[in-house]
Design a protein around this ligand. Sequence first.
Ligand code: 13P
Ligand code: SF4
Length: 332
Amino acid sequence: MEQPLNLSGLDLRAEIDRLRRERNAVVLAHYYQKPELQDLADFVGDSLDLSRKAAETDADVIAFCGVRFMAETAKILSPNKTVVLPDMDAGCSLEDSCPPEQFAAFRAAHPDHIALTYINCSAEVKGLSDIIVTSSSAETILAKLPADQKIIFGPDRNLGGYLARKTGRDLLLWPGVCIVHEAFSETELLKLRAQHPTAPIAAHPECPAVILDHADYVGSTRGILDYAKAMSGDTLIVATEPHIIHQMEKALPGKHFIGAPGADGNCNCNICPYMALNTMEKLYVALRDLKPQIEIEEGLRLRAKKSLDAMLSMASSSVGQGDLGPARVTGD
Ligand code: 13P
Ligand code: SF4
């Protein structure tokens, strides 16, 4: 339930700055956060970069402007730090689509498979997995596994399907989806591209294949941002959560970024409702009260840490080069 906040008259930005100094706190933010949260963060990144920052920070407090699985990852990797999430209801549809009991049963039914699992899942599912991946590390990690290794990939069937098509590997897919990336409309995307025929399309691999088939570049949020910085043209169509466009406009003020549309013809239906729960007010309260805090039972934390550690060591060669694009796997 929304907390009734009466913070009128407070200079929230100044108060957040004061509290983070007093508490020796670091503010980490994902690219899908509101612009004001991205702008005040000490570090803005994709899931892999944020995990690395959480693992290496010497701050006492991590204030995580992102969703719950990201803040849980920070706590799993940095158990002695206080980790606060401005709104504990900031979940993820991919996490919801993969209940731990069902995932455990699926694993048990396929004992000859290892579980390569997307980081967008609960701590319990991490604890049931062998190796965690993010969209920027998945292909690098997959390439390090023996060709005859049988693999379950969950919970995102779109990322898993993309990896299977791109690498030719036979992955056993869990049927989860991201409600945000599922909402893009191929019909509306083609109409938009007809209006901007020279603009490339950059897409996140959580998009369904009908969208990825039209993409000139497929990659993580950081990968898409790097693609925007490297492109020679002046317009880019962006098929991921539209708040990332804030970083593009800051880095490339002369260029034009257009969010890919949903069925209603605009990109507002692709705003992540979970990411949107975090606000300046809630971040201020989280730093003031050190609540809501992420707590994870130690046995579960250690199980989940194993699969995250496997990711961090296997992804290490992928810094700046392990993203998924540029590529069209079909439809060229
Ligand atoms: P990235 O790892 O690309 O930042 O993706 C996180 C996410 O939740 C995308 O929906
Ligand atoms: Fe989860 Fe999709 Fe939101 Fe990312 S955009 S946090 S995958 S619901």
